[in-house]
Design a binder for this molecule. Sequence first.
Ligand SMILES: [Zn+2]
Ligand SMILES: [Zn+2]
Ligand SMILES: [Zn+2]
Length: 276
Amino acid sequence: MKIQYLGTAAAEGWSAVFCTCDACKKARALGGKNIRTRSQAVIDNAILLDFPPDTYLHVLRDNIPLEAIGSLFVTHSHQDHFYPTELLMRGEPYGHNPGAKVLTVYGNDKVEAAYKAALGLNDSPTLISQIQFKRVEPFEAVSVDGGYVVTPLAANHAKDEECLIYLIEKEGKRILYAHDSGNYPDETWEFLKGKPLDLVSLDCTNVEFPDGNYHMGIPDNRKAKERLAEEGCVGEDTLVVINHFSHNGKLMHDEIVEVVKEDGFLVSYDGMMVEI
Ligand SMILES: [Zn+2]
Ligand SMILES: [Zn+2]
Ligand SMILES: [Zn+2]
């Protein structure tokens, strides 16, 4: 599997939409890997993970064939992970794509409510035949086109929503995509136990500052990696990526790389491609 990181920031982006803090000014001046858009990734151009307001930018920048992707898994309803109004542009006359696959959007109840509210604004005669929604439940695996099995796992994020992280499996390879996770609940640890991962993508919203109950920072990432190793999920060959950074964490990309150089973490940046 090939995973491409399309957006690697937290909710506000980096530099943040309305922000003039030093970290945002510095990111703007330095550019490159310091410019981070809202959270999204794509696997083999077949499975899309989250649908932020920056999806259109990702399509332009990284040449993503959005019309050819049949599966979108949404972690939760926060706007940096799900901006469903953009889905209305899939139908005629906004999008001419007669051969396009039906796009199945998978998510929890709050994602479904946001999806339905957005679709309520639909005025396209064709959209409804090009898109559908399927509810997912934690720990209930879903098989999708291309031979992938995707299992939603429980996260520890918003108190008013059952936020999800996703385990994606294909031909013996496993990716755990875990953003806006906090420290995982017991049932998630129980599920992961004894399942070796080829790549794990950890939440690093707080950068150097610990959190655990909503997001993670590097101290939480270190503990998560240790526990994942204890449970038989992370071994010598597992790639451990840290991702989803907030400007409030202040450090530029190269500074984060420096802080985690002993940890063996791969620090994400927009456009980063990893093959396992
Ligand atoms: Zn987020
Ligand atoms: Zn800022
Ligand atoms: Zn969130």
